[in-house]
Ligand binder design. Sequence first.
Ligand SMILES: *Cc1c(COP(=O)(O)O)cnc(C)c1O
Length: 370
Amino acid sequence: MSVPLLDLRAQHATIREEVVKAVLDVVDSQLFILGEPVQRLEADVAALSNASHAIGCANGTDAILLAMRALDIGRGDEVVTTPFTFFATAGTIHNVGATPVFVDIEPRTFNISPDAAAAAVTSRTKAIIPVDLFGQMAEVEAIRARVGSLPIIEDAAQSIGARRKVNGAWTMAGELATIGTFSFFPSKNLGGYGDGGMLVTQDAAIAERLMRLRVHGGAKQYFHDEVGYNSRLDSLQAAVLSAKLPHLAAWSAKRRENAAFYDQALAGVAGLVTPYVDPDNESIFNQYTIRTERRDELQAHLKSKGIGSSIYYPLPLHLQPCFAYLGYREGQCPESERAAREVLSLPIFPELTQSQLDEVATAVRGFYGR
Ligand SMILES: *Cc1c(COP(=O)(O)O)cnc(C)c1O
């Protein structure tokens, strides 16, 4: 592959010494569970996210699950979310015993429609889960304005460090929600060397509950107030992530530069739509996602040229076989369904060289005879 969708080894090569030292420090300490490396990362992610509290956990999926448990969401409850997201957003709703309620997206940003979310609220609704898709924040403040005090869990797995202007002031991903959740899966902008996740909140009582839930529900060891989980952030991962965190802003800026290059190089190509970033948003471009009616042909063309691409996501969640029991039919979330047919994510990682960027742009333009 001459231009892979993502090249983690290219990034590792630029930080190898710092990361290996951080890992060896943990190895030498033999203190692998929670402790200083996790606390340090929690403090730094809380600061980045303008949050009072940050709580590490095992992965981004557990972060969403723990958030719902901390809000007492379970059997008989409804949670409103988007069907155009990674599976975990809704899988966790099912797994706490609640019912996912899917509403459609805004076609330009791919994020949940605040109006549709508000319209789906019933007396059984216990939370809304907007997703900050592809690196761009959802309209969290608009959702808040429409749903009053209903809890908002912001799935910011793809958007750590993204920001959005609200009333003229920058707010960070996770900041305005009742609980914000992050993933450190290796392909995210801040990726560990394995799994990891984190939650942020402004609410001290929720933070305390989350700290208990991640260690089997007991504030005191061997005494359990409720049944929780084993969902800790690994100290080795925390050390890796702390070594990487100082680079995050520059990496995300480089992704924006790459996006600006593609925007210009692909502008005016008939039949192709480049990503839309809401003027109030600063995206971290976890993905650079174009849309075209000839998506599958374009992907095959890129593959023949040695260029990686991927479809996030080919089947919206309301139409997944595992959710057939919910009774959704095709046509109920038309924008999500259309996006699933048209989207294609191109290589956008920060270490792309100019010649790789040129190669991708030339191949895409070539497909359209430009
Ligand atoms: C990656 C991701 C998750 C899950 O994170 P894991 O760390 O892989 O469990 C959840 N939601 C979204 C939108 C994601 O992209």
